[in-house]
Design a protein around this ligand. Structure first.
Ligand code: HEC
Length: 301
C-alpha cells in the first residue's frame, strides 16, 4: 500500500520495507545523501504539503504537543530517561529512539538463510544468480540490494515508464506538481537528465509480503514484476502514462528481454518467496504490545 499522511493525502511513493534497514547505505528511493536513520526520521515528521513535497506527519509548530503526549504517558518518561540520561524528550531524541528501534528489525531466518529452500526455490536461486536473468547484478549481496561496506549507492532505471517517448516518468498533468518531482527519481537530487527514472534498488528480503511493488506501487504482484523484467521493461499501451518503458533512454542495459519459460518464471517466484522470514514477521518485540503475542514457528532462534 502506498503510505498516507496524517491528513489522508496519499504519498506518491511506495513505503520502503524496513527489513535490515540498519545495514543499508542509503535510506530512500532516490536520495543518495541520506545515510542516518535518525535524520531520515525527521523528514516525515516535518514534511508539509507544498508544491514540491507531500504532507506526512507535518508537526512543525506542534512539537510541544508530541513531547507533551510522550511525557504524559505512564511508561515512556522512565524508558526515555534510561535510554538518554539527562536529555529532554524532544523531537530529536524521539527520532533517535525510533532510529534505534529500526536497527533492531533484523531478519536472517528465512528458508534461504536456514538452508531449507524447496527444490523449485533452489532452481530459482541459481537462475537469479546467473547471466540468464542477471538479477544478481543489481540485487546482489546479503540484503539483495547490492549495498556494501564501501557505502556505494545503487540507483537504476528499470524501464517502467517512457511517457510520450520522452524518457519521462509520470508527470505533472496527472498527479500534480509534488508527484511530478517525486516520480523522476535520482535526477531530483543530481539534476542530471540521465538520472531521470533512477530509483534505489530495493532489498528483496520478505518481498513476498510487501506488495505492491516498485517506487510508486504501480505493480500489484510478484508475478507481474517477474514478467516486467522478463520483457525488459514495461510497455504501457493506453492512458496518461502510455509509452514503451523498454525503450526508455535511461534504462539500465542489464534490464533486457529474457525469454524465460513458464517453469523458469515459477522457479524465480519460489526463490523470492523463500526470502520470507516467518520468525521475523511473528517476532513479539515488533508487534503491537497491547495485542496478544504472535506465535513464532518452533525453529526460530
Ligand atoms: C539494472 C538493475 C536491476 C536488475 C538487473 C534487476 N532489478 Fe529488480 N529492481 C531494480 C530496481 C532499481 C528496482 C526498483 C525500480 C523502481 O521502483 O523504479 C527493482 C525492483 C524489483 C522488485 C520490486 C521490489 C519492491 O519492493 O518493490 C523485485 C521483486 C525485483 N526487482 C526483482 C528482480 C528480479 C527477479 C530480477 C531478475 C529477473 C531483477 N529484479 C533484476 C534493479 C534491478
Amino acid at each position: 500500500m502506498r503510505a498516507r499522511g496524517s491528513t489522508g493525502q496519499t504519498h506518491p511513493r511506495n513505503a520502503l520495507s524496513l527489513t535490515n534497514v540498519g545495514y543499508f547505505a542509503s535510506l530512500t528511493w532516490f536520495n543518495p545523501d541520506l545515510h542516518r536513520l535518525d535524520n531520515q526520521t525527521l523528514i516525515p515528521f516535518f514534511a508539509e504539503d507544498t508544491p514540491t513535497t507531500i504532507q506526512e506527519l507535518s508537526i512543525s509548530g506542534k512539537e510541544h504537543v508530541i513531547t507533551a503526549r510522550m511525557n504524559a504517558d505512564p511508561t515512556y518518561p522512565r524508558m526515555f530517561a534510561e535510554a538518554f540520561p539527562g536529555a529532554s524528550a524532544d523531537v530529536i531524541h524521539i527520532a533517535r529512539a525510533l532510529a534505534a528501534f529500526q536497527t533492531t528489525l533484523i531478519s536472517f531466518q528465512s528458508p534461504f538463510d536456514l538452508g531449507t529452500m524447496s527444490e523449485p526455490a533452489k532452481r530459482g536461486q541459481a537462475l537469479f544468480n546467473s547471466e540468464t536473468t542477471g538479477c544478481f547484478h543489481c540485487h546482489g549481496g546479503r540484503d539483495f540490494n547490492l549495498d556494501d561496506e564501501a557505502g556505494r549507492l545503487w540507483f537504476q532505471n528499470v524501464g517502467l515508464y517512457n511517457v510520450a517517448g520522452r524518457g519521462d516518468y509520470p508527470d505533472v498533468s496527472v498527479h500534480g506538481p509534488a508527484a511530478a518531482r517525486a516520480t523522476q527519481g535520482l535526477s531530483l537530487v543530481t539534476e542530471k537528465k540521465e538520472d531521470r527514472g533512477k530509483f534505489r534498488t530495493p532489498s528483496l528480503r520478505n518481498v513476498a509480503v510487501t506488495g505492491p511493488y516498485m517506487h510508486d506501487g504501480s505493480v500489484a504482484t510478484l508475478v507481474d514484476v517477474i514478467e516486467i523484467f522478463n520483457q525488459g521493461g514495461r510497455d504501457i499501451r493506453a492512458g496518461a502514462f502510455s509509452g514503451d518503458g523498454r525503450q526508455n533512454p535511461n534504462k539500465d542495459h542489464r534490464v533486457r528481454s529474457l525469454a524465460l519459460t513458464r517453469e523458469q518464471k515459477a522457479d524465480l517466484l519460489e526463490f523470492l518467496k523463500s526470502l520470507t522470514d516467518e520468525c521475523f514477521l511473528n517476532e513479539p518485540h515488533f508487534s503491537d504490545p497491547a495485542a496478544p503475542p504472535p506465535k513464532r514457528p518452533a525453529y526460530c532462534r
